[in-house]
Design a protein around this ligand. Structure first.
Ligand code: CA
Length: 275
């Protein structure tokens, strides 16, 4: 297991109404990436800016080492661009309309990371056509901003319910939406990894962005497909439930369970709990 971080940050927020004292949510997080049991390379990348409350997982693709280059460059550029951008920005092509300033800043940083990976792919023939998935969660105050491209996922565990917040940008997901197959059938189909959208393969990209209220006890899970191709929602939820305290052991158990099921792909995840 290549990376294990224990990150703590605080997200200050005002509780609306009643004149109540400001509520400060603390974030506990753990990040882990593992090559799995089959692949020699790990093309996933992950990182965070705990001061900003920003967490990122990317799953790269491309020949030679291009997948690793794409995912690591995307993560690095996203964090660097986010830090440099002003708090308020105009709307951008590729970002949904009517975003909050924090969400627009995140989406704009993703577009800049997209451009950086695309330009890097033009400058070296070994990297031609490289790209990466990207999922990010930005925690600010009582809000979580989720952005995604490709088939990495963000889940939220709230109360006793695990919910997939992001939609996969895959051929299989489109077939589900057209009613051609059921989600259950999709779990066992070949070609699940065929994605319809990736960061870095074109000068622009469309980013899915959503804003969610952040409640005490919420747990967010960002992960690459090496986790959820091995574990279904019930299996993921059971491991999350088994760790009401502490996110490091939860992250380790999730990776270990995916490896126990075969570990066919790189497994990367970040868990963030608001307490
Ligand atoms: Ca993968």
């Amino acid at each position: 297991m290549a990376v294990l971080n224990n990150m703590q940050t605080e997200t200050s927020s005002e509780r609306p109404g009643l004149g109540a004292a400001p509520k400060v949510l603390r974030l506990e997080s753990a990040a882990l990436t593992d090559a799995g049991r089959v692949r020699a390379n790990n093309e996933d990348s992950l990182d965070c800016d705990s001061d900003a409350g920003l967490f990122v997982v990317a799953d790269g693709m491309g020949g030679c080492n291009a997948g690793e280059v794409a995912s690591s460059l995307a993560v690095r550029m996203l964090l660097a661009e986010f830090r440099q951008l002003p708090l308020k920005l105009p709307g951008q092509d590729g970002c949904p309309p009517a975003l909050s300033p924090a969400a627009m800043r995140l989406c704009t940083a993703i577009l800049k990371a997209n451009r950086a990976v695309f330009e890097a792919s033009l400058q070296d023939a070994r990297y031609a056509g490289m790209g990466t998935t990207l999922v990010t969660a930005l925690f600010q105050g009582q809000r979580a901003v989720i952005a995604s491209i490709g088939d990495s996922r963000v889940y939220r565990y709230r109360g006793t319910r695990l919910e997939q917040l992001t939609v996969d940008h895959t051929v299989v997901q489109e077939q589900i939406e057209y009613g051609l197959i059921t989600p259950e059938q999709a779990r066992f189909m070949g070609g699940r990894g065929l994605i319809t959208r990736a960061l870095g393969v074109e000068p622009g990209v469309e980013v899915d962005v959503q804003e969610q209220p952040l409640l005490p006890g919420d747990l967010y899970l960002l992960c690459s497909d090496g986790l959820f191709d091995m574990l279904d929602d019930q299996e993921i939820a059971a491991i999350v439930q088994a760790h009401p305290q502490g996110v490091q052991a939860m992250a380790r158990d999730l990776v270990a369970a995916a490896n126990d099921q075969g570990g066919y792909d790189n497994i990367s995840l970040i868990v963030v709990r608001a307490v």
